[in-house]
Design a protein around this ligand. Structure first.
Ligand code: 8YV
Length: 324
């Protein structure tokens, strides 16, 4: 008999087709958000699952599934999974690093450029019929070229964002616990600085940290106060890394020039204060959302699940202790 698995959110039919060759699949093509109780019920008789960052895979969900062997997130972030609980229960957990770097870096740039040149507010103004005539001094934005790009969290996506800055003749500085190797820095012309210098010197600060209790509110009122009033903040990482209330207050008072935000505290709900601001570009957590990339993410998660349930080490295993 084929192992039974759950696909916790809607995916492309090609992904289900592939999984059905290996497994008996319980899908969720209606895309209901299952939540803790729904996941407990649907995972109770499963050996594995393909899950999204919206699925809370907490200790109580994992312990309600005695036959569970693998949870394969179709996301690079895995703050939705209690990794320690997985390890205790002997459940392998995996993510999808690499396949979404370019697409997510592209969105970071889209938001950076949108906030720099005030595109959302200018478009709203045009659509509202308020454009009565061209003026020399109208909708002045911030220059991107030759400005200083700061990156907090210089992993794969951070480096991909930095590489794109070469074409804009920008100065690139970054902060990471571990600096890159000299040849990696040289390839993208990036310089490591301490966190305070990064905050003080960046014209555009892009956040690319993973979320964990340790990175909660990495950017709060104190950090925002160090930034230039002409600077822009870009968050394509996770809600909760930024204190949204503090950010809204800084943007309202023009202590910060603008922000491009793809991820929010408590999403899909978010602080309504964002909607009152004319100096933000907002998007609904779409960093990796191109068809090709979402397909690659789902197929990578499927690779991991197929390996895990056929006795092979999954390529993107997050808790190798379980394998040992
Ligand atoms: C996902 C993401 O699409 O990979 C991540 O960590 O944030 C996005 O690319 C989203 O989380 C759905 O799983």
């Amino acid at each position: 008999m084929k192992p039974r698995i759950l696909v916790a959110r809607e995916v492309f039919p090609e992904v289900l087709e592939r999984l059905r060759r290996h497994f008996e699949v319980d899908d969720n093509q209606g895309d209901t958000v299952l939540g803790i109780e729904g996941l407990k019920a649907r995972l109770a008789d499963k050996a594995g699952a393909l899950t999204a960052a919206t699925d809370p895979l907490m200790a109580e969900v994992i312990s309600a599934a005695p036959g569970l062997k693998a949870l394969c997130n179709f996301a690079v972030g895995y703050n939705n999974i209690d990794l320690a609980a997985c390890t205790r229960a002997g459940v392998m957990a995996t993510n999808t690093p690499g396949v979404l770097d370019d697409t997510t870096a592209d969105l970071a740039w889209a938001l950076l450029m949108a906030t720099a040149r005030r595109l959302p507010a200018a478009e709203r103004w045009l659509r509202n019929g308020e454009w009565k005539g061209w003026q020399f001094i109208q909708w002045l934005g911030s220059d991107i070229h030759h400005a200083t790009l700061g990156i907090l969290g210089m992993g794969r996506i951070g480096q991909t964002v930095a590489r794109r800055a070469l074409g804009f003749d920008m100065k690139v500085i970054y902060h990471n616990r571990t600096p890159l190797a000299a040849e990696q820095e040289a390839a993208i012309r990036a310089t490591w600085v301490d966190k305070e210098s990064l905050l003080r010197e960046s014209d555009f600060l892009v956040l690319l940290l993973p979320y964990s209790p340790a990175t909660h509110h990495t950017i709060g009122a104190a950090e925002l106060a160090l930034m230039k009033p002409t600077a822009h903040l870009i968050n394509v990482a996770r809600g909760g890394i930024v204190d949204d209330e503090a950010l809204i207050s800084a943007l309202r008072q023009r202590r910060l020039s603008g922000a491009g935000i793809d991820v929010f505290e408590g999403e899909p709900k978010f602080n309504p204060g964002f909607l009152e601001l004319d100096n933000v570009a907002l998007s609904p957590h779409i960093g990796s959302s191109s068809r090709a990339t979402r397909m690659a993410m789902a197929m990578t998660a499927a690779d991991n699940l197929i390996a895990a349930l056929s006795g092979q080490r999954p390529p993107n295993l997050l808790n190798p202790e379980v394998w040992k």
